[in-house]
Design a protein around this ligand. Structure first.
Ligand SMILES: C[S@@+](CC[C@H](N)C(=O)[O-])C[C@H]1O[C@@H](n2cnc3c(N)ncnc32)[C@H](O)[C@@H]1O
Length: 213
């Protein structure tokens, strides 16, 4: 976890101040993911790689009865997230903790072992052990739970000049859009007897996947 935390802190030390504003135009599909959560009354919702808590705050305002949990490896992002949660007066409903996506222990961090909804928004493409992260997320689902993922897609419908430009931009942030993610999601979903809905968004710019019972 130490290496990932140092790397992410270095990347976000200054950017965290402008993160929410600058990511709005290109981290597409996040609101759609939040709409798809539809958690049960008083349910528990976890975001892995929660960044500034932008999504958690939005989900808390949409689903008023649920409790929300966020983990991130970067202490500087978590500090920003705590500020935002406090400003939104949602400290009673949103708990945050530092953890590595692939191995955190929610029982230790939040005194809770399972979640009704788990989501991962534009974080898998930044996490080298993304496969382990996916498996871990599936393991933490409550029996009727669902896992929701939004991330960069295969860009299949985009012109070549756009794909090249986007790749150059994403390289600056060590983001590797990975078509394997969708494949792994499908395999893991099937192995666990769940059903996957997978949707390409904006001509393949992004994808939104939901694995549920
Ligand atoms: C592109 S940001 C997305 C933040 C947020 N999910 C959103 O949609 O705005 C990716 C986040 O993943 C976090 N992250 C990267 N590697 C991680 C790891 N190994 N474990 C947990 N979080 C990680 C980063 O610190 C960063 O906050």
């Amino acid at each position: 976890m130490q290496n990932a935390a140092i790397l992410m802190d270095k990347m976000y030390r200054h950017q965290r101040h402008i993160y929410d504003l600058t990511r709005k135009p290109y981290l597409l599909g996040r609101d759609r993911l939040i709409e798809s959560l539809a958690p049960p009354q008083n349910g528990a919702v976890l975001e892995i790689g929660c960044g500034t808590a932008r999504n958690l705050i939005c989900a808390a305002r949409t689903y008023r009865s649920v409790h929300l949990y966020g983990i991130d490896v970067s202490p500087v992002m978590l500090a920003q997230a705590r500020r935002s949660v406090d400003r939104a007066r949602l400290g009673q409903r949103i708990a945050l903790a530092q953890g590595d996506a692939a191995s955190f222990d929610p029982q230790e961090l939040f005194c809770r072992a399972r979640f009704d909804r788990i989501f991962i928004s534009y974080a898998l493409s930044m996490i080298p052990p993304w496969q382990e992260t996916l498996v871990h997320a599936f393991d933490l689902l409550a029996p009727d739970g669902s896992l929701h993922v939004v991330d960069f897609g295969d860009q299949a419908g985009m012109p070549m000049w756009f794909r090249k430009g986007l790749k150059g931009w994403l390289d600056l942030f060590d983001v590797v859009p990975c078509v394997e993610i969708a494949r792994e999601l499908k395999a893991e979903t099937r192995a666990r007897g769940l059903v996957l809905s997978h949707q390409a968004l904006y001509r393949g710019y992004a994808f939104h996947a939901i694995a549920r019972a």
